[in-house]
Write a protein that binds this ligand. Sequence first.
Ligand code: 5GP
Ligand code: MG
Ligand code: MG
Length: 190
Amino acid sequence: ASSYFTLGGPSLLQDIQEVLYSEETIQNKIKELGETLSREYEGRNPLVICVLKGAFIFMADLVKRITVPIELDFMAVSSYGAATKSSGVVKIIKDLDVPVQGRDIIIVEDIIDSGLTLSYLIDVLERRNALSISVVALFDKPARRTVELEPDYRGFEIPDAFVVGYGLDYAEKYRNLPFVGILKPEIYTK
Ligand code: 5GP
Ligand code: MG
Ligand code: MG
């Protein structure tokens, strides 16, 4: 168990029903993903794009495990607001700083649910003439898909549940948990 649980004081932990993926489980998976990406992108110089905000911790841990030279950039899109279901509306809140034309792109996502956010992003990057686009998602909920989309690299396939932690929020909270878990049901009805 993480020493996180033994830290004193008022704690986010009292809102957590169950830890689904421990810090160690997540880090082991990211090491594997980094090794795979390093092999596949050998001799290239991909542009790694973090989809804010949810993927920021995954991005930071993943790029440390990639051994080929990369550049990185960030993009923010809105799809959920404070709700736990997608509105189907995707909007670019923060665009990339660099052009993607002719670049090998790796999109880093925290979780794929309906697939709407990613299919929109892929479309945007294709229209900007990226050379190649692949997607790495830490979590995938294939049962919830409303558009056809498969990540090229995936951490964990998870059942249909709303998870928080390790970058993932509920109403902007819980991103700073080092593990991924589910909230107590009463949190949603507050
Ligand atoms: P999609 O467009 O695939 O439906 O959803 C994409 C985004 O919704 C994800 O990148 C993530 O930010 C958010 N999301 C989807 N499922 C979950 C979940 O179980 N927990 C949290 N906190 N966010 C989620
Ligand atoms: Mg996301
Ligand atoms: Mg969110």
